[in-house]
Design a protein around this ligand. Sequence first.
Ligand code: AMP
Length: 284
Amino acid sequence: MKTVRTIAEVRDAVAAARATGRTVGFVPTMGAFHDGHLSLMRRARERCGFVVVSLFVNPTQFNDAADLAAYPRDEAHDATMARADGVDLLFTPDVHTLYPGAEATTVAVSGLSEVLEGESRGAGHFRGVTTVVAKLFNIVAPDVAFFGQKDAQQALIVRRMTADLDFPVEIDVCPTVRESDGLAMSSRNGRLAADERVRALALRHGLSVAEAAIAAGDRDAARIAASASAAMRERGVEPEYFALVSAATLQPVVPLAGRILVAVAAPVGPVRLIDNVLVDVPAT
Ligand code: AMP
């Protein structure tokens, strides 16, 4: 595995791989790798001849300066893990490489970006994500890019941007990887104290309560969200939002039917956690 910091080095390495007939898989990340990240790299390894991973803590998608400052960083450890998983090229640009300072252009996906995480974190969050992903797609020029279902709204928005702007990139969305007790893996989990780590399970529990209500025949999103939120509160966690929406449009579905995204965000101790499940709801 080669580690590079400049755009020119990425383009050269990708061109050399393409010249040998290899397809290019790309996994954009912010580092502090866990098994969720590694699952994307392994999927890329299975599907593509040349695997590129970017490691860049993108400042423009953070709405909270303290969250950006506290974001875990361990490039040396990440590089060891990426190498062990068969990554060919690790791209670790510094901020000035991607944002030299005179940028006037951003990419925004309207409609999908204002709700859920966009409502909580502000309109700038997804604009930061889509702008940096568009830049990275232009730098790496992959055939396939891999994203996690853990960030369901992000994956949907990136898919929409890719279609609307005709990026010649296939978006492959991979399942959420969880700890054995159900907690969705996240780079932020490492900042949880022992008691907070236990309380963090409330998110998965809330999702399970919603799944059980749907399975029992309830089709009232507001009622299901209220009972799931109450179950989380009993475990000492106050949801920032608990939503059941169309998995395609992120808009309400009344009564619930079709593919539904059940999504939750909640602060636990010093961190803000998100989780979600997809449920296929049969019409009753
Ligand atoms: P991040 O470094 O948090 O920006 O994440 C980089 C990629 O890994 C994104 O596509 C995330 O959705 C994905 N990812 C993060 N956590 C998980 C997880 N627990 N399971 C699967 N994918 C994940």
